[in-house]
Design a protein around this ligand. Structure first.
Ligand code: KIV
Length: 289
């Protein structure tokens, strides 16, 4: 039997993360929810694209991630898949899609992989997800875990605050990370935790840590693309460094176009179409005449 080799040798697969960690090479991950941003992120060389449930805040305006549905993730994932050639494609499992039993969780993860083209799924939680992570991994579904601030627990946590600030909760985070590694997760997102705890976890684990608001010592850094490029609303968390102001660029372009359209300057002759030679507009009669 002949095994097909991947036709894109530069494509990032799950094992590349462990290899990078062993070499001490840092990787990066960005969110994308549509085809153009997936293409831009992928072509820029970002190694991992996450179709995150942050889409609830960022593109749907829900205010949190709770209402995001599997169908919304799936629709975004299909568009992102068409735009992403090289990056490892990870799909978030939205709230409710893995909370009512392992079989439903497996079925939903399989939808993301088979219909959406995800190459891994991400889910939130620590020791309470260990059995589920084992089950998903048993079914050949690579899992990225997510601990620290888990936005799907916003109502239980009462907001979005830094986690692991006492020695008990910090200890618990370290234990959770180890348990998730043992369960078979290939990476763990560490969100909004003190950098010292992220450093301990990163050193103790063989799998990669993916930090967001967790300091510089994580193996991989992740941020929400819209925060990075200035296309989001509201106060930005302190860990976001904004590299562009696309909102300003868009507003300026819209105002300029609006002024040109209203003054008659747009569209010009070059930006419109004329009759072919030989047809005189004046010779055309309207129905009424
Ligand atoms: O949904 C998301 O975008 C995330 C990242 C912030 C890690 O979970």
């Amino acid at each position: 039997m002949a095994y097909l080799q991947p036709d894109k040798p530069e494509k990032v697969y799950v094992p590349a993360l462990r290899a990078a960690k062993e070499k001490g090479e840092k990787l990066v991950c960005l969110t994308a929810y549509d085809y153009p941003s997936a293409r831009i992120v992928d072509e820029a060389g970002v190694e991992i694209i996450l179709v995150g449930d942050s889409m609830g805040n960022v593109i749907h305006g829900y205010g949190n991630t709770i209402p995001v549905t599997l169908e919304e993730i799936l629709s975004a994932l299909k568009a992102v898949k068409r735009g992403a050639n090289r990056a490892l494609l990870v799909a978030d499992m939205p709230y409710g899609s893995y909370h009512t039993g392992a079989n439903t969780a497996v079925r939903n993860a399989l939808v993301l992989m088979k219909d959406g083209g995800a190459e891994a799924v991400k889910l939130e939680g620590g020791r309470n997800r260990v059995e589920l992570v084992k089950r998903l991994v048993d079914e050949e579904i690579p899992v990225m875990a997510h601990i620290g601030l888990t936005p799907q627990s916003v109502h239980k946590l009462g907001g979005y605050s830094v986690q692991g600030k006492t020695s008990d909760t910090a200890q618990r985070l370290i234990e959770d990370a180890k348990m998730l590694e043992e369960a078979g997760a290939f990476a763990i997102v560490l969100e909004l935790i003190p950098r010292q705890i992220a450093e301990i976890i990163t050193k103790e684990l063989k799998i990669s840590t993916v930090g967001i608001g967790a300091g510089t010592n994580c193996d991989i850094q992740v941020v929400v693309l819209h925060d990075l490029i200035g296309l989001s609303f509201g106060r930005l968390p302190r860990f976001v460094r904004q590299y562009a102001n696309i909102r300003e660029v868009m507003t300026e372009a819209i105002i300029n176009w609006m002024q040109d359209a209203k003054s008659g300057d747009y569209p010009s002759e070059k930006e419109s179409y004329g009759l072919p030679k030989g047809i005189d507009a004046k010779s055309l009669k309207t129905k009424a005449s």
